[in-house]
Design a protein around this ligand. Structure first.
Ligand SMILES: Nc1ncnc2c1ncn2[C@@H]1O[C@H](COP(=O)(O)OP(=O)(O)OP(=O)(O)O)[C@@H](O)[C@H]1O
Ligand SMILES: [Mg+2]
Length: 248
């Protein structure tokens, strides 16, 4: 089983947005997929509840601490033994033993960061914890970061974020825009790869580097690699432009 952990102790950085999009992408590729929600607010599980019944199924596991702070491993945090891809949506503020446990069980750790000074500061602290408390240095997991909710790449806040991400000795995979499409996807229980191809082309393109980063670990069972899909998308866009323009 391949385990992808989406984590940042800073609230609202985009963990659930990325976790739900990754889970729906791999479910759509027919991998037996589960999403494990550590957030007491249960955002991923709520997303799963709104997911249309005719879409590829994703198993939901609730790993949030019970009321009173007692944690984990209840019946609802069970996942099927034949799960091929497990996406973990971590809770804000995950630290200590929980962080250690999450790092230990993951193959990939993806850290979304929003372009604000507060988020950058909190993320720097979190990455320190990931190594000092989480034991990321000795763990098997590959770690990378992604900028999320980027409104304006010319803004100072983005330049600061970019400098920060480039200063880390971690791959900086992509910049994800602040887009209404992500909100629509969550509302509909979908991921952007399940929505209309043309209206989501920007979002698909900006998620693609994450899929490519993960791709090495996926057997290419269904003959379509993420990159090929992008090429198909580009060529169908050209085709659409050709049709609209009526060019030769
Ligand atoms: N790229 C984006 N474009 C537009 N809205 C976004 C984007 N990423 C996240 N959001 C929105 O921002 C809010 C916070 O995002 P999300 O829930 O994914 O963060 P989180 O890290 O899981 O938060 P928490 O720490 O509370 O669990 C949500 O309303 C989400 O829909
Ligand atoms: Mg969340």
């Amino acid at each position: 089983m391949l385990t992808i952990l989406v984590i940042n102790s800073k609230g609202g950085s985009g963990k659930t947005t990325l976790a739900t999009n990754l889970a729906s992408y791999y479910a759509g590729k027919k991998y037996r997929t589960a999403i494990m929600d550590y957030d007491p607010q249960g955002s991923s599980l709520h997303w799963l509840k709104t997911r249309p019944a005719d879409r590829d199924s994703i198993h939901g596991a609730n790993a949030a601490p019970a009321k009173g702070g007692v944690t984990l491993h209840s019946k609802t945090s069970w996942i099927p033994t034949d799960t091929e891809v497990l996406v973990i949506d971590a809770s804000a503020g995950a630290g200590g033993l929980l962080l250690k446990e999450l790092v230990r069980r993951s193959n990939y750790i993806l850290i979304p960061v929003a372009p604000s000074p507060i988020d950058i500061h909190a993320t720097a602290d979190f990455i320190k914890d990931l190594y000092l408390i989480g034991g990321a240095l000795t763990a098997k997991a590959k770690i990378a970061v992604a900028a999320n909710r980027v409104r304006n790449r010319n803004a100072t806040a983005y330049a600061t974020l970019e400098r920060f991400l480039n200063s880390l000795k971690l791959p900086f995979l992509t910049s994800i825009s602040d887009s209404e499409i992500y909100l629509q996807a969550v509302e509909q229980g979908l991921g952007v790869f399940e929505m209309d191809e043309f209206s989501t082309s920007t979002e698909r393109r900006e998620l693609m580097p994450i899929l490519r980063w993960l791709e090495g670990s996926f057997p290419n069972r269904y003959g379509v690699r993420a990159e090929d899909k992008l090429i198909n998308l580009e060529s169908s866009k050209k085709y659409a432009a050709y049709r609209v323009g009526g060019g030769s």
